[in-house]
Design a protein around this ligand. Sequence first.
Ligand SMILES: Cc1cc2nc3c(=O)[nH]c(=O)nc-3n(C[C@H](O)[C@H](O)[C@H](O)COP(=O)(O)OP(=O)(O)OC[C@H]3O[C@@H](n4cnc5c(N)ncnc54)[C@H](O)[C@@H]3O)c2cc1C
Length: 145
Amino acid sequence: MSAYLLNRLAVQPNVTILVNTRVVAVDGDEHLQEITLDQAGTATRLPATHLFVCIGGAPNTEWAETTDVRLDTRGFLLTGVDLSPDDLDRWPLKRAPYYLETSVPGVFAAGDVRANSVKRVASAVGEGATAVTLIHRYLAEVTPL
Ligand SMILES: Cc1cc2nc3c(=O)[nH]c(=O)nc-3n(C[C@H](O)[C@H](O)[C@H](O)COP(=O)(O)OP(=O)(O)OC[C@H]3O[C@@H](n4cnc5c(N)ncnc54)[C@H](O)[C@@H]3O)c2cc1C
């Protein structure tokens, strides 16, 4: 989470931050009524009607591990200038990969799944639009006149 958001939460009078705490049970009949917290082995039951789960961002890229599409150490897809010479050991073309092109010609990545992307909505949308243009350029290369 961004530091400015954490700072705002820390001074919010109606927000309590519990560190080293796990939600270990949720209970209710028709809807959520109670959660159970575990704090260093001590269980505490609290009334609750809503629970927001924020689990962070993990790229769903296991499929790429059995392909020539190269990933960074955290599983994000490498593209363009982020591809090292080693990553491009099977790159078959004379030209370098385009900005959003992976280590496989014609395979593009845009948005959060791309290594070193900005991880914001506006940039993801912009990269998606840019990828379309690059795909057209790629198709013009491989499509016979
Ligand atoms: C809690 C939170 C708060 C945020 N707040 C902001 C904010 O205030 N401002 C901001 O600009 N950004 C914010 N972001 C970031 C923003 O949500 C992302 O940058 C943006 O959604 C990225 O868009 P995307 O299309 O790349 O990925 P996503 O929005 O993650 O879309 C990827 C889609 O692909 C689907 N998918 C995954 N694997 C497969 C598969 N194998 N086959 C088919 N589909 C698949 C997923 O289900 C998902 O629908 C926030 C993110 C989080 C988690």
